[in-house]
Design a protein around this ligand. Structure first.
Ligand code: FAD
Length: 478
């Protein structure tokens, strides 16, 4: 056996199955040195937020335990990715460094840097985070796509994603493992205060938890996905987003599980719509790859001159789920408590912030970044710009969600509202979507004092809708 090891550097690919870099390393006769570099220097403002850090702590603990079953230890270091990895490679005289490709602009720079600092050693980058590499999908004239539907059609025309790779049967261990931090040394968990109780109730980070969730969804819900996915009170969506973001599952595993569900008799209609949502994830990465400023700047330049309001009070009410608009408060509290929010509700809360309150989408993007367990540079930026109207293939600006009608349509019985906004739970389904307009006797019977037990609506929906349209008109004519 050759003694110079291959370093396999994990990042947002915290799994052992369908891991091309790990499988390739395991096929050689060399020892494997699995490592994780916590880089809180290079990402700038996009260092993981609080909820992501919580997830990372548990996911690292899980993969470290899984690796121990193979007799190898995960080496954890902290620092700028390329420099720290170079140091480790020299320290253990590594033969090669393998890793899974990343698409964030800062990470692409680190990849380049590593290649230049490790010139004499082999460096190999493997795919695995996406189904279709961003540069492999091109329009007829050779450029990137800006519209989702033709993008996804083009994806579906290229060869099907290959078969899933099993986890390696065995891994050769190094005789002497280099020094390592412990997961706790990274200080990823919240302490003062510890707000993570709701996250722990809702999630099981790690590869095993990811597969449990995928299997349960593929067995019970995927066939009805198209009918149920907009109903936040129902378990109609997969809730796989944090597992996918941290790479505890590959999109290829999700793809094949969805196709297997069709063979097992699940409705194709549900499966196709589900896969097209995986397609939106691919599209977001396609956009980030080709427009690296997407997280910071409007995709449609015209929006650079938009007249945003700076309204700290409204922003705080929105963040805390105290807007007086129940569907928005329910979503923001679900987010705070569990680190996740239903997609339909994400669109509604985002629309209230950027259109009714005219607060910059970057404020919302930052809050989501800090509080979502699935906070993802590509999908978060694309989601916010989609709602703000400044993104690629975005909702037309004039389509301003009315949160009250959205609430009545997608949570008709008010079950989602009652779960997350208990102070209005006694209102019947006629008034629960809009307590601000309920008659005094109805409020009294439900034990609600507006402005005391539950806020009055933060904005007048009709007037602020008009204000948003006028602001947009000025932008277009200016
Ligand atoms: P499902 O409906 O089961 O979909 C399956 C998978 O497809 C998801 O896990 C996700 O990976 C992907 N997906 C679904 N919808 C989208 C979409 N619109 N865009 C991109 N990928 C999608 N998603 C994130 O993963 N991270 C984010 O930071 C994020 N921020 C968002 C911000 C806003 C303002 C909006 C409107 C959407 C955002 N989304 C984000 C997209 C979407 O809301 C979540 O992916 C979805 O709610 C996750 O729940 P799920 O796993 O049950 O999704």
């Amino acid at each position: 056996m050759s003694t110079a090891p291959i370093i396999v550097c994990f990042r947002q690919d915290l799994r052992l199955s369908d891991h091309a870099a790990l499988s390739a390393a395991a096929k050689t006769d060399r020892p494997i040195l699995p490592c994780f570099i916590y880089d809180d220097a290079s990402p700038g403002p996009w260092v993981p937020g609080g909820a992501s850090r919580w997830w990372l702590h548990h996911s690292l603990t899980s993969i470290a335990a899984d690796l121990e079953q193979y007799g190898v230890s995960l080496v954890i270091r902290r620092g700028a990715w390329a420099d720290t990895l170079t140091e480790l490679a020299h320290e253990c005289d590594a033969h090669a460094v393998y890793w899974t490709r990343g698409y964030e602009p800062w990470f692409r720079e680190q990849e380049e840097k590593l290649r230049s600092t490790l010139q004499t050693r082999e460096t190999k980058r493997y795919p695995g985070g996406l189904l279709f590499e961003p540069e492999a999908i091109e329009t007829g004239s050779g450029g990137p796509y800006k519209v989702f539907t033709p993008f996804w059609k083009a994806c579906l025309k290229v060869a099907e994603p290959g078969a899933v790779l099993p986890a390696p049967k065995s891994l050769n261990a190094l005789t002497e493992t280099p020094s390592s931090l412990s997961v706790c040394d990274l200080d990823l968990l919240p302490t003062k205060p510890d707000w993570s109780g709701g996250l722990a109730e809702a999630w099981t980070p790690g590869e095993a938890g990811a597969h449990d969730r995928l299997n349960a969804f593929a067995e019970d819900h995927i066939g009805q996905y198209d009918e149920q996915r907009d109903l936040p009170a129902r378990p109609g969506t997969s809730m796989l987003s944090p597992h996918l973001h941290h790479g505890e599952l590959s999109p290829r595993q999700v793809w094949h599980a969805a196709h297997a569900a069709a063979v097992a008799g699940q409705r194709q209609g549900g499966i196709d719509v589900f896969l097209s949502e995986i397609g939106w994830r691919e599209f977001s990465y396609h956009l980030l790859f080709h427009w690296p400023h997407l997280p910071e700047q409007p995709f449609r330049e015209q929006f650079s001159g938009f007249e945003w309001r700076e309204e700290a009070h409204d922003l705080r009410a929105w963040q805390r789920g105290q807007t007086g608009i129940p569907i928005v408060d329910a979503g923001m509290r679900q987010l705070w408590h569990t680190g996740w929010m239903h997609n339909r509700v994400r669109m509604i809360v985002a629309s209230l912030l950027v259109k009714n309150a005219l607060i910059h989408w970057r404020e919302g993007e930052d809050w989501f970044w800090d509080t979502l367990v699935d906070a993802d540079l590509a999908s978060n930026a694309a989601g916010w710009q989609w709602v703000a109207g400044s993104g690629a293939d975005a909702a037309p600006y004039f389509r301003i969600f009315n949160p009250v009608t959205q609430s009545a349509r997608f949570d008709p019985e008010g079950d989602y509202l009652r779960r997350w906004v208990p102070e209005i739970a006694k209102l019947g389904k006629k008034h629960i979507h809009d307590p601000g307009s309920a008659p005094a006797d109805v409020l009294k019977a439900a034990g609600i004092k507006l402005g005391q037990t539950y806020p009055r609506p933060m904005v007048d929906l009709k007037a602020t809708r008009q204000r948003a349209l006028d602001t947009y008109k000025r932008l277009r004519s200016g």
